[in-house]
Design a protein around this ligand. Structure first.
Ligand SMILES: C[S@@+](CC[C@H](N)C(=O)[O-])C[C@H]1O[C@@H](n2cnc3c(N)ncnc32)[C@H](O)[C@@H]1O
Length: 249
């Protein structure tokens, strides 16, 4: 008799605190037979895991985590593959679908959305994403830097609010400085910039600055930070960063 295939749920666990996780994400972890993830994310949800079989691995082992999840589902287990924020935004969802697509027979895959860092950081700063915005990752591990520069220039030139994920690539602290220079070719020095480190986590920090002055904060920005550069219409008021949608008030 053929063994029934299990299922892989790619679970978006949100930016940090358990209260920012969806009910579906919580349920998927609780109902799984096995949890797989990057060690920081597994730690984040350990109260939901209990004594379930768990595999927590290091950064850079993404393909191996997906292969293991698919193989274990092939053995009949229901696997929760945890992914920070939203799994479909620089997360594990795409890779899992690619890996699952190569498996015959392929297990069922469910993608469970989560609160992405942009939404969490925007809420901390105020309402900077009320109008069109572009999301760009400064990580050049999987994307050539020339393409990242092209996208930065296009987004800045089209007056999008620009959200920078992965603002400090490992070992390349100069990328953010270069990104700032590119945006400054299109935006005024006083353009508001909001920075949030560890949005929705216990150690959350935030800074409000401008394009001209953000250089002084470079050392504080790391891989747990998100940078939001305003459009020409974005402003600070009462400590809140606001991009007006266009309503008359
Ligand atoms: C590989 S991406 C993963 C994004 C994730 N899938 C999401 O939807 O938020 C990692 C980057 O997301 C941003 N990030 C993730 N969690 C964050 C948080 N709690 N606060 C600020 N930025 C965060 C940082 O820029 C970090 O370098």
């Amino acid at each position: 008799m053929k063994m029934a295939l299990g299922k892989v749920s790619v679970v978006g666990i949100g930016p940090g605190k358990p209260e920012h996780m969806t009910a579906r994400a919580r349920e998927a972890i609780e109902n799984s037979d096995m949890v797989i993830g990057y060690k920081l994310y597994v730690e984040q949800v350990k109260s939901l895991i209990g004594d379930k079989e768990t595999v927590a691995t290091a950064m850079g082992k993404e393909v191996e985590r997906c292969r293991l999840a698919v193989d274990e589902a092939g053995e009949g287990k229901n696997v929760a593959l945890v992914s920070g924020g939203d799994p479909g935004i620089y997360g594990m969802a795409g890779l899992l679908l690619q890996v699952a697509g190569e498996k015959e027979p392929a297990p069922e895959v469910e993608i469970i959305p989560g609160v992405t860092a942009a939404g969490a950081a925007a809420a901390v700063l105020g309402a900077p994403l009320m109008h069109d915005f572009a999301v760009i990752s400064l990580s050049d591990l999987l994307t050539p830097w020339e393409l990242i520069e092209k996208r930065l220039a296009a987004a800045a030139g089209a007056d999008f609010v620009v959200v920078l994920y992965n603002p400090r690539s490992r070992g390349r602290s100069d990328l953010l400085a270069r990104a700032r220079e590119i945006v400054m070719e299109h935006r005024g020095e006083k353009t508001p910039v909001g920075i949030v480190r560890g949005a929705g986590r216990e150690d959350q920090q935030q800074w409000e600055t401008t394009l001209a002055e953000m250089g002084a904060l470079m050392e504080k920005i790391d891989m747990a930070s998100l940078v939001i550069i305003g459009s020409s219409r974005t402003y600070f008021d009462g400590g809140k960063m606001i991009t007006p949608r266009g309503y008359r008030v």
